[in-house]
Design a protein around this ligand. Sequence first.
Ligand code: NAD
Ligand code: HSO
Ligand code: ZN
Length: 437
Amino acid sequence: MLNIADLRNTTYDPATVMPRAKLEVADASAVVEPIIDQVRHGGATAVLELTERFDGLRPQTLRVPTSAMDRALEELESDVRVALEESIARARAVHDAQLPPDTVVPLADGARVENHWLPIQRVGLYVPGGRAVYPSSVIMNVVPAQAAGVPSIAVTSPPQTDFDGLPHPVILAACQLLGVEEVYATGGAQAIAMFGLGADDDAGNTVCAPVDLITGPGNVYVAAAKQAFLGQVGIDAVAGPSEILVLADQTAHPAWVAADLISQSEHDPLAASVLVTTSMDLAEAVVAEIEAQVPGAVLEDQIREALTGQQSGALVVETLDEAIEVTNAIATEHLELQTADNDAVLEKITHAGAVFLGAFAPVPLGDYSAGSNHVLPTSGTARFSSGLNTVSFLRLQQRIHYDKTGLEPLSKGIQALATSEGLHAHADAIRHRFDEM
Ligand SMILES: NC(=O)c1ccc[n+]([C@@H]2O[C@H](COP(=O)([O-])OP(=O)(O)OC[C@H]3O[C@@H](n4cnc5c(N)ncnc54)[C@H](O)[C@@H]3O)[C@@H](O)[C@H]2O)c1
Ligand SMILES: N[C@H](CO)Cc1c[nH]c[nH+]1
Ligand SMILES: [Zn+2]
């Protein structure tokens, strides 16, 4: 089911050896443009109509009523509650530690600059709910926003047929545990449009106020809609399907590697599961394990489609350095290191959204409870971006404090620079303060 490519004694390009699945974002953009337009003109009623069209059911109200939120928490199974609370506590510890300190930089007498971090004022957090529902993504979006001090947090997730057109009750309960009261029952591009534009009811009352930043993972329609708002509203990332790469040598445990590769493939038929190894014996054992573990899996069809796609496979290379080079070139969302000396390999890893070290740090640990964030850069964007974190919800404001003593020694130099740029009014603004014009 997982194809093995033997790259030993061959010439290959690490950058193209493992192509990603083709994501039809352009096609999805054509679908989402009219959806966004409809929300722009029709507000909350349009969001409800579109929800009915794409999710097959119309929520009674777009905003989830408080009574439903309370009920979800009351009815939450105790083992799930305990696990959510543990996951929240660990995520809080990690995300609170990401809060950068303000700094004051004295530069000369009467001259200092301060670096001051400000929270984004209002954020809209998307929690997927199509093929699967993701209460864990509530935690991964809300906790960093709260760590950053965001005062206004709204969450949205698609309505579920089995739950009266409300988002999944565990999603609502997770919101309750986190103290988030503003929750909407809509998904897809219409949810992103609601956040980006705001939505009023037919009488002109605000149902959802527009947000300053939209974060959270989602399918290709969610990604295309986020892309459409780029530049108008902050966007964390335009996410692609989930990805795992396991870099392993002969010391790895084949059944566990196989299970980890299968785990991420159940997210999406386009999910990427890749093994990069120096051991043909391991590659063959992992493939045999996959053949044994997949039949009968709950999401077997989806798993098979993902594992047999061009984006998934096992690559056998000659040396550990080659394995590291291929891994860095792929720049995967999740990287597992399962080698005899993971710390030495880690030193050479430059590109990966998050790195999981050793046999007892599998990706599902990070998906739920490690404390790290599971909203991570996909599609090779780990080359230039980070996973969702506390700083994603902050803006750096530089505060410039100069008095006359501070400005005077720079006066002539600024005038010279401004004149060299042909910007004489800039020079004059300085000159006015020290010379008669
Ligand atoms: N990176 C992460 O942290 C992370 C976490 C969880 C999930 N994910 C990924 O998020 C994705 C979730 O996708 P999903 O589909 O399950 O849920 P989703 O909530 O992203 O999308 C469901 C919505 O898509 C809309 N939709 C469906 N078909 C449509 C169509 N033909 N035209 C217009 N709109 C349509 C519907 O409105 C529906 O509510 C998966 O790819 C998963 O791998 C990523
Ligand atoms: N692996 C996903 C991110 O790619 C996150 C997730 C949530 N629940 C389970 N998994
Ligand atoms: Zn996962």
